[in-house]
Design a protein around this ligand. Structure first.
Ligand SMILES: Cc1cc(=S)c(O)co1
Ligand SMILES: [Zn+2]
Length: 263
């Protein structure tokens, strides 16, 4: 298969036709994180996550990925500290992955590809009152990125994996409660890279403070295989398409500096 040949890089194909012009276009995501070019910033604080599993509401297939959505009408599940000046509310998390374990992440580290990447999406609740408002503002969003590697089974992930067959098609939603997203974070969340970027799916708005974890988490081959059983297409569509390679290619740095919280 495309995944076994040594020219895997030439086999990669992103999920959708890229729009020609994007807003501004000089702070797009994802990017390659060139470790030796990142700048240690001793003023970066520890990250503070405070997630309440009771705010977990549903899991659904939006035709790009699957989203686990949280009640963000109060300050129950929040992220602050790190590079952030304000308090951000968790609204959803989702993943990006490949058709095989050779690729799938959005960010790369010294051009290294991971099989998948988790994104926890938060919006600035000190400055705005809705995600929809925040998503078009420079300091509106904070997305926490975590790389996934193939290894031992992730016990916390299994509840989510078990729900995926019930949302195979685009548009399907099921109730999903009492899930603590903190279980998906690596042991040490104080080692991260941070830079200003964008959403990686349309509308690609340049409103994201990215916080990418240095430490990855491990999931089993079989768990990631279930992600690939999802479909981009709705039940009534003639041709069903597997939900794989739902990542965007890395974008030009355009002079941006990536800061690190560690030396
Ligand atoms: C809001 C949002 C953020 C990311 S990173 C994504 O992939 C889709 O939607
Ligand atoms: Zn994403």
């Amino acid at each position: 298969t495309a995944c076994s040949s040594k020219f895997v890089l030439s086999q990669m194909h992103p999920m959708w036709q890229e729009p020609l012009a994007v807003p501004g276009g000089d702070r797009q995501s994802p990017i390659d994180i060139a470790v030796r070019k990142s700048v240690f910033d001793s003023k970066l604080k520890p990250l503070i996550t405070d997630y309440d599993p009771k705010t977990c509401q549903q899991i659904w297939n939006n035709g790009y990925s699957f989203l686990v959505e949280y009640d963000d009408t109060t300050d129950k599940s929040t992220l602050k500290g790190g590079p952030l000046e304000d308090k951000f509310r968790l609204c959803q998390f989702h993943f990006h992955w490949g058709e095989c374990n050779s690729w799938g992440s959005e960010h790369t580290v010294d051009r290294k590809l991971f099989p998948a990447e988790l994104h926890l999406v938060h919006w600035n609740a000190d400055k705005y009152s809705l995600f929809e408002e925040a998503v078009v503002e420079d300091n509106g969003l904070a997305v926490l990125g975590v790389f996934l590697k193939i290894g031992k089974r992730h016990e916390g992930l299994q509840k989510l994996v078990d729900a995926l067959p019930t949302i195979r098609h685009k548009g399907s939603v099921v109730e999903f409660t009492k899930f603590d997203p903190a279980c998906l974070l690596p042991p040490n969340i104080d080692n991260y890279w941070t830079y200003h970027g964008s959403l990686t799916t349309p509308p690609l708005t340049e409103s994201v403070t990215w916080i990418v974890m240095k430490q990855h988490i491990e999931v089993s081959h079989d768990q990631l295989a279930v992600f690939r059983s999802l479909l981009f297409t709705a039940a009534e569509e003639e041709v069903q398409k597997s939900m794989v390679n739902n990542f965007r290619e890395t974008q030009p740095l355009r002079g941006r500096t990536v800061r690190s919280s560690f030396t």
